[in-house]
Design a protein around this ligand. Sequence first.
Ligand code: MG
Length: 250
Amino acid sequence: MIIIKTPAEIDQMREACIISARALKLGGEAVQPGISTLEIDNIVNEYINSQGAVASFLGYKGFPNCCCISVNDTVVHGIPHKDCILKNGDIVSVDVGAFINGFHGDNAATFPCGDVCVQALKLMDITKESLLKGIEKVAEGNRIGDIANAIQTHVENNGFSVVKNFEGHGIGVNLHEDPSIPNYGVAQRGPRLQKGMVLAIEPMVNFGDEGVRILSDGWTTITSDGNLSAHFEHTVALTEEGCVILTVCE
Ligand code: MG
């Protein structure tokens, strides 16, 4: 069931989303050769707590940390670890959410660590662009399939592949709500978009094949072919004024 939010509830969600966005920015700024992913996680968690919020992922279905930090061929759900030390040339996806005022915010981005190769930069650019192409479709009367198709088309036109095992989602009182938002699909299919929907749209894009594999920790998801993967996410709301990106730094 899709939970429609009132304008007042969407206003209440802004704080969680802004804290999520600032936390992500801090996490990105910490990405540099020599730092461990656990140190980045600690920086982000301390910031979220300093704002009176709680990290949405900490303890979610047993997830042990504040952020998912996914390096290179890790697609999503990488677990921060003191022994995972970033190297020059890595690409690092940070996914983080915050909970405050009874609502969650959720966002992600992939950051370059030092000097990364041209192909990796292109993968990151196309993934971010595909998120924005999806967000452009968030309008009354459109359907979830319009978002999905816009993302898939942009990714595939640039020679990359969308991950099909994980999807974006509605968000609100719960971190994951209906509807599911696949990153592939047919335009004009699926649930119709209406005012009051708040959506976390999150394309995961592989440099090579779309296949992924989950490691024995039950979380870490890597590309089957060992190629790079990137991930960008925003929480957006469909309001009287149209689509508004909530996960922005002010
Ligand atoms: Mg999400």
